[in-house]
Design a binder for this molecule. Structure first.
Ligand code: PMP
Length: 448
């Protein structure tokens, strides 16, 4: 109670909204996939601080690396030469294909996308930036222009020249969509087109061409997209969508940016980077969240040519490449390999998607189950025929009930209609079964 009082008085309410506002959870400590509240109640954490705790809360190995570095050196700024920065950048570069080798370290995902947008504009000399409808790329004044959801935008002249354009593939959205997407589960909207003749991609590409023809006043600086949308609700694109879009954007002088803030570091299971599932190599990759298991950090990785655009001015960032952040991020990469997190993401993710798809067939209010690996969305609807989003009060009821039974999940989607499951990548099949039983019970309680 006292904590909530302090929060109401001293924390800006718009930037620090409490989830589970009916009965807040007072978190005390965490270990791997588990969180404990101040009363000692344990919760299975399937949201991981918004897809951020990648290898597990207070993972012993990462904690040890942090402690070791804290005793040695906290900070110098990157104008000095120190080993954690160089060890880390070499390791991170090795996870990316050529020519993505030049790294700029930041403190958050928004800052990484801000910097990517700046570099794209400097490099191309162009101004306009294209993103997808339903996307989220940050809340800083510039990135709120990239973010499409109007709820995250303030009516000020920021994010100029950003166009939120094409239709994402959301079941309950006004746009309909296609099922010709790369997914391990069958969807209820089985694509009716004969093999190889799906036109969903043509539809989206048509919309992109319309944007080129009507709303983009200058040549294009960049196209930003997540490999699978996160906040937007695990939205996936038709096959070849990113590949075709990259080609068109590049033909018009723009660079293509993969926002891997959520999808990176093995979260999609089949690949370490989400873009690798789309048969493309972006010109820039932005990352944050899972990079340091919850320690504030982000990065932009790009080509030597694009990185050279910074030479057009002087740029300085005090905290980017902080020794403690680098030591943690370095240990996160080692831990991912040792613990096999990407494989866990693939195996437990596929299991969850398959089981959730069975629940979708059972419950009228589950409209769609999407995603890959441990980037999962369960889209809730009033009923399958109307495809109308389940209203916020109903979403809240199921959400709170799930929490009361000991499992934390997330919410997202353009209408807040999608439950999001993106746990630390150390969860087990038993944890998945526990969640499935709890979620089943919460849906059952709601339907009663
Ligand atoms: N890009 C994506 C895809 C995100 O999900 C987020 C955060 N939800 C951001 C960028 C912004 O990251 P941050 O909150 O660290 O600024």
């Amino acid at each position: 109670e006292r904590m909530m009082e302090i929060r109401r008085q001293y924390c800006n309410p718009m930037t620090m909204k409490v989830t589970y506002y009916k009965k807040p959870v007072y978190i005390h400590q965490g270990h791997m996939q588990w969180l404990w509240d101040v009363d000692g109640r344990r919760y299975l954490d399937l949201f991981a601080g918004v897809a951020t705790v990648s290898v597990g809360h207070c993972h012993p190995k990462v904690t040890e690396a942090a402690e070791k570095q804290l005793r040695k050196l906290w900070h110098t700024t990157n104008i000095y030469v120190y080993s954690p920065l160089h060890e880390y950048t070499e390791k991170l570069a090795a996870t990316l294909p050529d020519p993505l080798k030049v790294i700029y370290l930041t403190n958050s995902g928004s800052e990484a996308n801000d910097m990517a947008m700046l570099m794209a504009r400097l490099h191309t000399g162009n101004f306009d930036v294209i993103t997808l409808r339903g996307s989220y790329h940050g809340g800083s004044p510039h990135t709120m222009g990239l973010t499409s959801n109007a709820a995250y935008k303030y009516p000020v002249a920021s994010g100029l020249g950003c166009h939120n354009t094409m239709c994402p593939d959301v079941f309950a959205g006004p746009w309909g969509g296609s099922n010709c997407r790369d997914s391990p589960v069958q969807t209820i909207r089985d694509c009716s087109c004969p093999q190889g003749s799906c036109t969903a991609n043509d539809k989206y590409i048509g919309q992109l061409n319309e944007v080129f023809a009507t709303s983009v006043p200058s040549r294009i600086a960049a196209f930003f997209a997540e490999p699978i949308m996160g906040v937007g609700g695990a939205v996936q694109y038709p096959k070849n969508f990113l590949k075709d879009t990259y080609k068109l954007v590049r033909e018009r002088g723009g660079v293509c940016i993969a926002d891997e803030v959520q999808t990176g570091f093995g979260r999609t299971g089949s690949h370490f980077w989400g873009f690798q599932g789309h048969d493309v190599i972006p010109d820039m990759v932005t990352m944050a969240k899972g990079i340091a298991n919850g320690f504030p950090m982000g990065a932009v990785v790009t080509t030597p040519e694009i990185a050279a655009s910074f030479a057009k001015g002087v740029h300085f960032n005090t905290f980017g490449g902080n020794p403690v952040a680098c030591a943690i991020a370095s240990s996160v990469l080692d831990t991912m390999e040792e613990d096999g997190t990407q494989q866990i993401s693939h195996d437990v993710g596929t299991y969850l998607l398959t089981e959730l798809a069975k629940m979708r067939d059972k419950y009228e209010i589950i409209g769609d189950v999407r995603g890959k690996g441990l980037q999962i969305g369960v889209e809730m609807v009033k009923d399958k025929a109307s495809r109308k989003p389940l209203p916020p009060a109903a979403m809240s009821e199921i959400f709170e009930d799930t929490k009361d039974m000991g499992v934390l999940i997330g919410k997202g989607g353009v209408y807040g209609q999608t439950f999001r499951i993106k746990p630390p990548m150390c969860i087990t099949r038993d944890d998945a079964d526990f969640f499935l039983a709890v979620f089943n019970q919460a849906l059952h309680n709601y339907m009663e």
